[in-house]
Write a protein of this length. Sequence first.
Length: 253
Amino acid sequence: MTLAHDVVGDGPSTVLLLHSGVCDRRMWDAQFEALAAAGHRVVRCDLRGFGDSPVDRPHVHADDVAALLDRLGVERAAVVGSSFGGKVALEFAVRHPGRASSLALLCAAAPGQEASPELRAFFGREDALLEADDLPGAVDLNVDFWLGPDAGAEARELVRLMQARAFELQLAAPEEFGPQPADVTDADLATIGVPVLAVTGAHDVADFRAVANRLAGLLPDVRHVELDWAGHLPALERPEETTRLIGDFLSRP
């Protein structure tokens, strides 16, 4: 199966957009056409178990991404990853050396990340709601937890729709079809030599600032930007400002 995806633009450089774990490729609506207008070929996809990509077999998300780029004839791409998509971007850069030209990581998770008590408590509440078959409650929990104070009603409703779709796909899939470990260590991450933008939000869970600091200690070329207005999903909270931030990073020499 090829991941569901959209492609726009015909610029010489390709930008790949990887969504967060509570979203799908629709989260990039504001950035998709804007980055193409800036001169890039832009690809956005639904990872397996999100949006229009069903869970049909065991998989490694980073390898699914590589297979999609192969199908599109893309040898190298700048990869923009939000949250879980940032983790996939890092795993892609390690498992497929030379194929990422740069990484823009928005409130990214990372391989080997240890969850804080706050994050473990959140997942405990989510599990309890799902076990009680309270899917709307689990969706609302995610919307309230992950979006920052600047998120408007439209962004909240979109996350609600995307998270409900992810639950629908993932809860229906056989357990043996789940994602497989990418087996990426800190030593592997240290081999990533491309430019990295690590964006964090002042209103986000502290785990993701810890990830940015960890990457800054491991990788040779990391720029860490803290957004004083942002929660966990800046691309949806202030779309235009986030698009400019990504575009400026992609245009650097």
